[in-house]
Ligand binder design. Sequence first.
Ligand code: ZN
Length: 552
Amino acid sequence: MTETRWTSSCFRHRIFSEEDMNAEKFDHQAIEKKWAERWIAEKTFEPDIEHAEKPYYNLMMFPYPSAEGLHVGNVFAFVGSDLHARFMRAQGYDVFEPMGFDAFGIHSENFAISINTHPGRLIPDNIRNFTHQLKRTGNMYDWSHAVETTDPAYYKWTQWIFIQLFKAGLAYQKEAPVTWCPSCNTVLAAEQAEDGACERCGTLVEQRNMRQWFFKITAYAQQLLDNLAGIDWSEKTKSAQRRWIGRSEGAEVDFPLAAYAEKLRVFTTRPDTLWGATYMVLAPEHALVEAITTPDRQQAVQDYILEAGRKTAIEREDATREKTGVFTGAYAINPVNEKQIPIWVSDYVLMTYGTGAIMAVPAHDARDLEFAQKFELPIRVVVEAPEGESLGFVGDGVSVESGFISGLPTSEAKAKIIEWLEEKGQGKRTINFKLRDWLFSRQRYWGEPFPIVWRDGQHEAVAENDLPVLPPELDDYKPTAAGDPPLARAADWVNLPDGATRETNTMPQWAGSCWYYLRYLDSQNDEHFVGKSAENYWMNVDLYVGGTEHAV
Ligand SMILES: [Zn+2]
């Protein structure tokens, strides 16, 4: 390999021959073609994966092969990454710079629908075009290790990984509220809806309960947070991740209900402000809403819930939006002073954070204050600010008007009230994470089928030697209005000879793009998703270039 490695002398003595230099006109097309062919013939950019002396893994986020072909934004990013790779190569490293295609997913499927073709025909054409265009860039890709997420030899391993997670209890399914576009007939991610409307088609979205698959990423919340310390990323990306994981320390507090046996559990980072809790708020989706709403309030509450269903989590978290809400007619009892406080429903409380219910302390929380002022609810100052106005103060100060914790600084007040709650069995110290489990299923055609079958109402993994599970050939692959996955149309595929039925949801695009950097190293391996020696030799990736939008 040494003789074809780039050095500065390459530029003087090898790239431009005497003939090139003496030509009257610089014929770049001929020169590019000549060298591109020679690089391929000599396998110039194919490092010896097993014996490279100085391995350097230069990874670029792989593209989604759109029908339009490579756009200048792709090339802009790829050339930057390639420049670095060439620099490292000139420094004597055996640089591995692979390329591949992230070709499953809703974008491909929607485009195929829009031009009335089948994604199974569209995607191979797109990949051919992208490959041709990428070769023309002259970037030093090792095409002998290229991968396509839609290749059965690739997604066999995507399915295999799913089975391992399923067997480890890290992949599970449950009913979950999802944002649904009734026109696209699919579940949308939170960022795919704006002002209650679908980003793609403008239709008003709805909340629906559907059976979905999840990955239990919350089991790794603390580990994900701790390990950020050892990662060489920009501080901006790290803090975006920290916010996304959203660790907070506080307490769970149980509020008895005035007219029911149930208790209302809330999470708060400020248990020291319990004396200032003058009302409670439930998320519209909270399981207790229906049970506790008094008959005279039923209609108003139902109307409100329907309206709230049109808003996305992102809009609901927007602090600048005017607060809305409705009184349930029910009351809770504040455990520290036995006072009855009203229970409201409002969409500024999210079911996905904490317990989906809050104790509202309007004097010391901006959103609660705005809500209390609008609906004329009581406001009680219980923390004295070190200086300036105490009403609206959200930092650490000294507890006032707070029974046995009055006079204590915030940190001591928190410790004392948590101890009291634990003694009384009314609450406990808790760490809460904003991170939720990962919704990992789609009711669409163009994705990996789940390697799962149903038998007598129970689900089980497909035997590993039956992988890959290929999708059925479907002429009509379009999503259905009822939200049932289109794979359900293929009766012959769904119903197995032994009476079991196949899972008909499919995996989202991320399934294949989560692990491609491992497959590149050993793309032909039939026995393992990556061989141990290739993995040990090349991992971790030395440089990864990707968008910050993938940080959270
Ligand atoms: Zn839509």
